[in-house]
Design a protein around this ligand. Structure first.
Ligand code: GLN
Length: 545
């Protein structure tokens, strides 16, 4: 076992003091920096919660569900990994306590433990180690992020497992990075190091001595503070790094590189690499700092109060901005507040609107009103999954005159169900992991808007997460009224993209393009949607922004 994994070295990222410090972005940035040195990395998120996966979790609580090519419903940190690196991400790269127990209990029922008592150590910890090893095969460096905050009860088996990994593989093959917070106390006019000391103490009690500390702070950390932290936490002074609040996460790799983080990592792990090439990351920072144009884009959804619920869409818009050399102001609008006759009030200042994916009845009519406004007023529109389904309903109702038209999901008795349950979804009762999930090929219509967006190719692969689809019974009727089916499954059976020719940019897709966008390579549908929004903005009188 040991020799098989000897080539991969491990970096474990833990978090202390409070949650939401940005462990995902830090892990992803470390991955990005190591890739600039030509290393092959993998990134894995180990989550201590009990749910088997986040697929059934409420976006209000947990943010969006990120879907991988192989159809796993994963944590949104996997999205950061995908946006920052070239790492292959599959269902192996995101696992939870629930999954670990699922496997261990399965083994116990099969009698694999030969009647032994099944315990947290070694059985649960061994399974955690096995999952970590499996997710990092064939890579130079595996970055493994441990979810939660040090001190959480659920996290203990994970910390024990990563402690054992250094014991198993040796000091030169394992590195611990701990992300903490230095709060600023106004009355004392000082950044405080005590919570960091406590958090490290907690880690050391378990037997994990961090090698590198990354300290979040809202201002610069004075040198003497760094020295104090180093001494009290038993790390080298040059291993205390500062992570100031940034206006864009995409500045993180450059900021950490300038402090020498990647150099320290390769030194400590004793690896020789080529010189790092940060030119692409620096290029991104340049565009972010000096955008040439601006526009305002709306996202009309349901979970608008929770920033993380539409994380990938938010990021894909930023990427599309970078590709167009523009800054995008993204405005989140609650669909429930948009009513047909008064849609104008909420939408008139927007240069383009996205109607994202979603589940459940709340806000559905507001989204349909929004789409009607965009279609009629020729404002750029991108409908994603539910957004495409509702664009079909809107078209049927107002363009085809099929008044009693709906998606079967929301109008089980409506006469014209232009969107209905997929054949394969009929009779599915179990909610977890049973949708049409993961990557599917899509054939583009030559000469269509989306064909132009994707470039040369007529065959693309995109990720899905839904149960309903366009009802083929209505295809002809839609086409007669100006709707183009510009993306289909290779057998022609499933409608994957719809667009309206006589409109600057009215595109709906059954898949989630936002899941494949990155700052280096904006997704073509987002890129062209934003290009259309910028054109719309230019034509606007009087121009805003
Ligand atoms: N609720 C719709 C379906 O299941 C759309 C899902 C989504 O937008 N991801 O088909």
């Amino acid at each position: 076992m040991k020799t098989r994994h000897q080539r991969t070295k491990y970096i474990f990222v833990t978090g202390g003091v409070v949650s939401s410090l940005g462990k995902g972005v830090l892990s992803a940035s470390v991955g990005a920096l190591l890739e600039t040195r030509g290393l092959k990395v993998s990134l894995t998120k180990a989550d201590p919660y009990i749910n088997v996966d986040p697929g059934t979790m409420n976006p209000f609580q947990h943010g969006e569900v990120f879907v991988t090519d192989d159809g796993a419903e994963t944590d949104l940190d996997i999205g950061h990994y995908q946006r920052f690196t070239k790492a292959t991400l599959t269902r192996l790269n995101s696992f939870s306590t629930g999954q670990v127990y699922d496997v261990v209990l399965g083994k116990e029922r099969r009698g694999d433990y030969l009647g032994g008592t099944v315990q947290v150590i070694p059985h649960i910890t061994d399974q955690i180690k096995e999952n970590i090893y499996k997710s990092s095969k064939g890579t130079d460096i595996a970055i493994v992020e441990i979810g939660g905050t040090v001190g959480d009860i659920e996290g203990l088996p994970f910390l024990e497992a990563i402690r054992q990994i250094r014991y198993d593989l040796g000091d030169e093959n394992v590195l611990y990075i701990h992300l903490t917070l230095l709060p600023y106390i106004g009355a004392a006019k000082e950044l405080k190091t005590k919570p960091t000391q406590h958090s490290v103490k907690e880690l050391r009690q378990i037997g994990v001595q961090p090698d590198i500390l990354v300290c979040r702070a809202d201002r610069s950390i004075p040198e003497d503070h760094k020295k104090k932290i180093a001494l009290f936490c038993n790390v080298k002074p040059e291993c205390v790094f500062e992570a100031r609040d940034l206006d864009s996460v995409y500045k993180m790799p450059v900021v950490l590189h300038e402090q020498g983080l990647d150099q320290i990592i390769v030194n400590m792990l004793n690896i020789w690499t080529g010189a790092p090439d940060l030119s692409k990351w620096r290029g991104i920072v340049d565009v972010l700092n000096n955008p040439k144009r601006r526009c305002r884009v709306g996202v009309v959804g349901k979970y608008v109060g929770v920033v993380d619920a539409y994380k990938s869409i938010n990021e894909a818009l930023i990427h599309a901005g970078i590709a167009n050399n523009a800054a995008i102001e993204t405005v989140y609008l609650d669909a429930e507040e948009i009513v047909d006759e008064r849609a104008d009030e909420k939408l008139k200042d927007l240069d383009g609107v996205i109607v994202p994916g979603g589940f459940g009845l709340r806000g559905i009519e507001g989204k349909i009103s929004t789409i009607r406004y965009l279609r009629e007023k020729k404002v750029p529109f991108l409908g994603i999954c539910l957004g495409m389904q509702l664009a079909s309903v809107e078209f049927a109702r107002h363009k085809l005159g099929l008044k009693d038209s709906h998606s079967q999901e929301f109008g089980p008795n409506s006469e014209h169900q232009v969107v209905h349950l997929m054949e394969t979804q009929r009779g599915v009762v179990n909610k977890g992991g049973t949708m049409r999930l993961g990557a599917y090929p899509c054939k583009l219509l030559s000469g269509s808007k989306v064909h132009y967006a994707y470039g040369e190719t007529l065959s693309v692969s995109e990720r899905h997460r839904h149960r309903f689809e366009f009802n083929n019974k209505y295809r002809e009727h839609f086409q007669e009224h100006g709707m183009t089916f510009s993306g289909l499954s290779p057998d022609g059976e499933l409608v994957e993209i719809i667009e309206i020719k006589d409109h600057p940019w009215f595109v709906g897709c059954q898949f989630h393009p936002e899941l494949k966008s990155s700052p280096m390579e904006a997704h073509p549908l987002f890129r062209e949607f934003v290009a259309a929004a910028l054109d719309f903005q230019k034509g606007r009188k009087p121009a805003h922004g």
